[in-house]
Design a protein around this ligand. Sequence first.
Ligand code: GDP
Length: 446
Amino acid sequence: MFENLSERLSGVFDKLTKQGALSEDDVKTALREVRVALLEADVSLPVARDFVKAVADKATGQNVTKSITPGQQVVKIVHDELKHVLAGDDDTPGELKIDSPPAPILMVGLQGSGKTTTTGKLAKRLKEKNNKRVLMASLDVNRPAAMEQLAILGAQIGVDTLPIVKGEKPVDIAKRAKQQATLGGYDVYMLDTAGRLQIDEVLMQEVEDVRDIVKPRETLLVVDGLTGQVAVEVAEEFDGKIGISGVVLTRMDGDGRGGAALSMRAVTGKPIKFVGLGEKMDALETFEPDRIAGRILGMGDIVALVEKAQETIEAEQAEKMMKRFQKGQFNMNDLKNQLEQMLKMGGMEGLMGMMPGMKKMAGQAKEAGMDDKMLKQQIALIQSMTKRERANPQLLQASRKKRIAKGAGMEVSDLNKLLKMQRQMGDMMKKMGKGGMLKQAMKGMF
Ligand code: GDP
């Protein structure tokens, strides 16, 4: 589905990964080609620009992991960025809010986008994979053929359709579908709204009226993936007027340029939930950013290699750190690491709750005011120390203490508490190290 784009990108990176050392110019040239490849795939200009910038920033800031080439590392960065652009921050691919039956799903989109076909595909999926009882209804009163098309699909996949009543208005069909879904004990009812060749006021008003009546749990926009940036514009417009919860990109089996997938999330902020991959009723896939990024880049082996190398390095670092802890070496950098880790994992409570026997202590720590705010203050204190001081906290005499506390906007007494904590944690690590508990505890942390 992304043949052209992945061919171009693989070409760029093949050159890059074959070389050993990599200069800044190599990366620049490669990224310029990435940008052209993205634009050729009909990715919108701002998205392509941001993409290349993000990769450049990450590529310059990162140390090259041992045992892989810098070129391979850049491939991994591009892969991760592709994934990020496709997914945003909070993606749950393919998941639909269809609890509380009967859950209404509103299908919207332009005529010919594949809306009716997708309604059928999704109904089949919900029935077979999610075990849902589904009712489908066509609201396309202008095209009796469209209503019949849905009825035929329904019969084919074994999903009920609302009987067609001639002359009924879309809102009335929607009301009848809701009633039927409730009375008939359906889990989900899907409304296949009318499409037009272009967005027009009458169409939007009609969809809005239906939306207000059924209050859909999901409003899925079906767009033709082959239309590139136009698909993204259509999505923006539908979202502005109707409010969509997700997108289904159809015809991704074609040799389209695939740019719509990359721009969609970045431009509209709405997730792609599914992709259509053919005319058959089972040609629908959930949209998995990781997998799609892999397909676009076509360099899965390298990505896996880099991930493995990074994991190995992390494990080596953790091992080294553990050895130091066992010897009783626990400095302020270590403490800072721990504090930051605690913040990431939901504060003191989160961390201690994970360690055996420490749940109770977590409660006590909370009572003693060990909350996120305090963690941040402690990190600020450590940041106010010089490199040497962090590595050797025993250097901290009165004048240094004053300077550090002042730098963090805190009192010397706060710093003294921190120093005590560092000593106590150091002792604890040493003790735990002897009993083998440290390894256990650290497993959860790295
Ligand atoms: P609607 O007017 O939006 O309801 O569009 P239809 O569902 O009638 O689809 C229009 C045409 O596109 C039909 O011939 C479908 O078989 C075809 N179609 C829909 N989805 C896909 C897809 O993902 N891939 C391909 N190749 N064809 C599709």
